[in-house]
Design a protein. Structure first.
Length: 430
């Protein structure tokens, strides 16, 4: 990096890009402190350059310094009032800080400047959804369908996207467009389609097929990107709330809304029979490492290990898929996730547990969809579906309690609260 700066200095000694280019490179390697240092040097050379403020805002947001990040985006806007990326950055930081009016205003300014700006619409939709302004949110969230990733998926379909036409004697394919957790959460709305007649087939990840097949209103499932059956329309799953014009009161459904097969239930009941006198807690501390926010949500398993000290009846069962017993021995967990072949296995295992404690992952959604007592570990930078920072319950799942992180990377206070609640619950015999 230093060699690169020397070369750039010889070419253009007063050009701020001498430092901006290495700053971006450092940021891409998560060397955020180094990136900030370079951008400070760049700012000395070009104090009125708004792009330096935008880059500083981006670095500080990735460091979770949201107030400082917001400050630099505002500085960029002061210098360049039509800079779209500065308004987007301001809106993101304001939402994280719970300053929703400021966030909405920033995104609306983007759309005033460029009405078809996809990122502006999507982020405004997410801001609405986090505030439970659902009908406004669904409308804006539909702009995600203009993203290249979803455009590529939709090339798979030759028939038209469903726009609410009659489904009498028709077949609708609903495809799970996002992750496992999204599919488990939004599959609840298929039941509302059932009243319209016709046949509903769900296209999803192969490991979800047998489980989603149990949802009332689903006639059949098939693995994603395989040969299509005969159909008349298709629809991405997360567009159902928009097309059905759903309000807050429509989001709640009776749980469990997914069911277990008799075979899977018996198999896992036999496995757990030796733990009948224990208080059995299923735990999940890490999600997909490829998820863009995984660094914020995943937690050290060492913190979970402390839960077993609350009461000697407690046994901790690792629901992490693919983690063998030898990997769990150091934490004194019992590995069951390595036995999961499909989500039906995961569900049948959960049926034998007394409590599930999980980060924001498919495990969290599945547990609550099955109406199991579920404690969700929600990061400070969280997904819109978990709502505002002051909520410890969610309309999506009646059996779920939310434990919220108050500060980035600080999970100790969360686990202290969990241990207190866990001790009281076991003492009360719940």
């Amino acid at each position: 990096m230093k060699q690169l700066i020397k070369i750039l200095k010889k070419i253009a000694p007063n050009d701020p890009n001498i430092y901006v280019i290495p700053a971006i490179e450092a940021m891409n390697h998560q060397a955020y402190r180094l990136a900030v240092g370079y951008l400070r040097q760049a700012k000395k050379l070009a104090p009125q350059d708004p792009s330096i403020d935008v880059n500083m805002g981006l670095v500080l947001k990735r460091c979770c310094k949201y107030r400082w990040s917001k400050h630099f985006y505002q500085q960029a806007i002061n210098k360049a009032p039509e800079r779209l990326d500065a308004y987007i950055g301001l809106g993101m930081n304001a939402k994280i800080l719970g300053e929703y009016a400021l966030s909405e205003g920033a995104y609306k300014k983007v759309l005033n400047l460029k009405s078809n700006y996809v990122s502006g619409h999507i982020n405004l939709g997410i801001c609405y959804l986090e505030q439970e302004k659902y009908q406004q949110g669904w409308i804006e969230y539909e702009w995600r369908l203009k993203l290249n990733a979803l455009k590529e998926i939709e090339k798979h379909y030759e028939k038209p996207r469903w726009q609410g036409e009659s489904l009498q004697n028709k077949c609708l394919i609903i495809y799970a467009e996002q992750g496992f957790g999204d599919a488990i959460q939004f599959i609840r709305f298929v039941k509302k389609i059932q009243k319209m007649g016709g046949k509903v087939i769900v296209e999803c990840q192969s490991t979800l097929c047998s489980l989603l097949q149990t949802m009332k209103g689903v006639d059949d499932t098939f693995p994603r990107f395989k040969s299509l059956p005969q159909y008349d329309y298709y629809l991405p799953l997360l567009s159902l709330p928009y097309l059905l014009n759903l309000e807050k009161t429509d989001l709640h459904v009776e749980t469990p809304y997914l069911q277990l097969s008799t075979k899977a239930r018996k198999q896992w009941a036999d496995i757990f029979s030796v733990y009948s006198n224990n208080y059995k807690i299923g735990i999940c501390w890490a999600g997909n490492p490829q998820h863009k926010y995984d660094q914020y949500r995943s937690i050290s398993p060492l913190l979970f290990k402390t839960l077993s000290k609350v009461n000697n009846k407690i046994k901790l069962f690792s629901l992490q898929k693919g983690l063998a017993q030898k990997d769990c021995n150091v934490f004194e967990f019992i590995a069951v996730g390595d036995k999961f072949e499909t989500f039906m296995d995961t569900a049948a295992c959960m049926a034998q547990l007394d409590l599930i404690i999980s980060i924001d992952s498919s495990v969290l959604h599945l547990s609550a969809a099955l109406d199991k007592p579920t404690w969700g570990l929600i990061a400070y930078l969280h997904d819109w579906r978990w709502g505002k920072h002051d909520r410890n319950t969610t309309i999506w799942y009646p059996s779920m309690r939310l434990y919220r992180q108050k500060q980035y990377q600080k999970w100790e206070d969360v686990f202290n609260m969990i241990k207190l609640d866990l001790a009281g619950m076991i003492l009360d015999g719940q």
